[in-house]
Design a binder for this molecule. Sequence first.
Ligand SMILES: [Zn+2]
Length: 342
Amino acid sequence: MQPFDSYADLLTCIQDNGHTPQILGRAPDGQPIVAVKSGGDKTPAIFISAGSHATEQAGVSAACALIDEIETEHQLYTIPSRDPIGMNGLAYALGLSLDEAPNLGGLDDVAPLLRKRGEVLYEEGDTVVALIGEYGYATSNLYNHPVGDWIEALKGRRLYFAASNPGVERAYTLIIDPAGEVLHLNRFHDTPWAPVESRCTRDLMAAIQPGLTLDLHEHGGDFFWFSARHQRTPSDQEREERMADAMIAAVAASGAALPPADYLPGSFFTRGLHGVFWLNAAQRGEGLNLADFAAHTYGPAFTIETGMALSFADRVHASKLAAKKAVEVFAERHAGCPSATP
Ligand SMILES: [Zn+2]
């Protein structure tokens, strides 16, 4: 099993599988940001999303497969890739500002190109940040990186860089908000100012009122975990806990590696069952990510994380397994209930 080469390949795959995607909006380069409806007619709807971080392609492939593999009476809406530009890679992202996409052999080619073709805003050690056309580009990740006055030129803009894994074949999209905070596409779900990708997501959610939201991600390690969200009501909290228990049990039973016992993804998480971490968005700051926003506004939500050091097939498999188990528990709870009014 291989990741999609490009966003166009993903769209072709969806169409080849007989789906007509709904266009929610367009990324700044004009590519459509799409949702696919599958499943049945029952509400509440289920919402699956992936690819807000374009380096995390197992989630994208898993989401695409889940469109057809999840058997449910509930409406299933999937946004398989929330960052069409990033999915097409760093050369493509650079091509939006240059006459054409440059030939990039690897990460080492990026700094010389930025110096030659861009207005260098910042350079320190191996880190080069340049403005070319409308967009910023960098040699490395600036999220959580100290910034100076040079960030002024990037306020309200996008900034693309390639991570060492998988390399220049994907671009990670950073969003510099109008105040100069360096964030990314899994933010801005609760802010008036938001990039189009985040607005598409929250518009769809407002329309479908999802009763279960799953956002598929990856991290740099070699194990599986996921993050749960504290719920607004005791009954939703109980449901979230029941789904969490079932998801991690299913993944553990499959033989997938779970985190070391002392692992914590960040200071703003608390441990649940082994492999389950409760994310506290208020402690983290930066506003709400997709799953935070879903829990805050709609109900049960999880971020699923597979380890990028594992094989692609294993990552896709673990992601799908967790999602299917969540949907199964969700559907049991609604069995026999008439559709809720969305
Ligand atoms: Zn991610």
